[in-house]
Design a protein around this ligand. Structure first.
Ligand SMILES: Nc1nc2c(ncn2[C@@H]2O[C@H](COP(=O)(O)OP(=O)(O)OP(=O)(O)O)[C@@H](O)[C@H]2O)c(=O)[nH]1
Ligand SMILES: [Mg+2]
Length: 293
């Protein structure tokens, strides 16, 4: 029996639904999803295995013009996703007109590998808008196959998956068939906590936050976790903690619930907040947090 395998890398503007789509393919909440732009900061592998195929999806950060080192590194992850793709998924959302970076856009339009342009969030659209949008993108990216989808509602997701399988090269698997991702457990803990921060704090706060899990102790019935929430300034620390610790407590309670689902075990989660001045612009700190592209 022949076997197919390859890298299918998902790129596009912030907030268009890239992580929603990858989670839908994998059937697990590997990537965090929020309504805020720049939710995803890393390249996250999501593996879908079958008897005769292995699809290696990569979720990537939304494309932006980087303003500080962290964002430079995020765009490094996007760049790497162009380099090893067997199939490129370029995701746009209904109403969108252009990619936020001309150089990346040229890479897509001159791509030698198959490009699937997924027009997402069509649940929010009407037939007329949809048809106009399809025509617009057919002109802009003539080398792409355009498929309208709704990642959130699962509309056309299976059709896209079947098309991907057709396009994949023959190859043995790259990872063991029971593996779901390339990221360690601590990564998903950090991300769950960061998701709650994106959900509950405003303006600059979520962008100034990084989470680091310092302790992960798995016992028979319980996993004991201690994580630090890093901010850039004292004032941000106060905001994260909130009146009598109430805001931080909410983050802890909600993250713990998600983690209990993810690990299928009782979780004890201890959170504390620390100031780490300008970590977003510090090469060494970024490296420590896994942004070493
Ligand atoms: N209506 C609708 N909303 C969607 C759809 N897909 C995603 N969303 C919403 O769009 C928002 C962004 O989704 P994400 O999956 O986090 O988007 P992303 O492209 O990964 O965003 P970044 O990581 O910030 O680049 C969330 O509020 C999703 O629920 C869809 O098909 N329809
Ligand atoms: Mg994302």
């Amino acid at each position: 029996m022949s076997h197919k395998a390859g890298f299918v890398n998902i790129i596009g503007n912030p907030n268009v639904g890239k992580s929603t789509l990858m989670n839908a393919f994998v059937g697990e909440k590997l990537s965090i999803i929020t309504s805020k732009a720049q939710t995803t900061r890393h390249r996250i592998l999501g593996i879908v295995n079958g008897d005769d195929f292995q699809v290696l999806f990569s979720d990537t950060p939304g494309i932006i013009k980087p303003a500080y080192e962290l964002q430079e590194s995020m765009m490094g992850f996007v760049k790497s996703a162009f380099e090893d793709a067997d199939v490129l998924i370029y995701m746009v959302e209904i109403g969108e007109q252009a990619l936020k970076d001309e150089a990346f856009f040229k890479k897509i339009t001159s791509s030698k590998i198959p490009v699937l342009l997924l027009l997402n969030k069509i649940d929010r659209s009407d037939q007329e808008t949809l048809e106009t949008q399809v025509q617009l993108w057919a002109k802009k990216v003539p080398n792409a196959e355009i498929i309208p989808i709704s990642a959130l509602e699962g509309f056309q997701v299976k059709e896209v998956f079947d098309r991907i399988i057709e396009l994949l090269p023959e190859s043995p698997p790259f990872y063991p068939k029971d593996q779901l991702t390339d990221k360690p457990e601590r990564f998903f803990i950090n991300e769950s906590i960061r998701e709650k921060i994106l959900l509950h704090y405003k303006k600059e706060i979520p962008y100034a936050v990084e989470v680091d899990t310092e302790e992960f102790l798995e016992e028979e019935k319980i996993i004991r976790i201690r994580s630090v929430i890093m901010v850039e300034r004292e004032t941000q620390k106060g905001i994260i903690i909130g009146h009598k610790g109430s805001a931080l407590k909410r983050v802890g309670v909600e993250a713990r619930k998600d983690l209990e689902k993810f690990f299928g075990k009782q979780i004890h989660l201890e959170l504390y907040v620390k100031v780490n001045k300008n970590w977003r612009s510090n090469q060494n700190q970024l490296k420590r947090f896994g942004y070493n592209q």
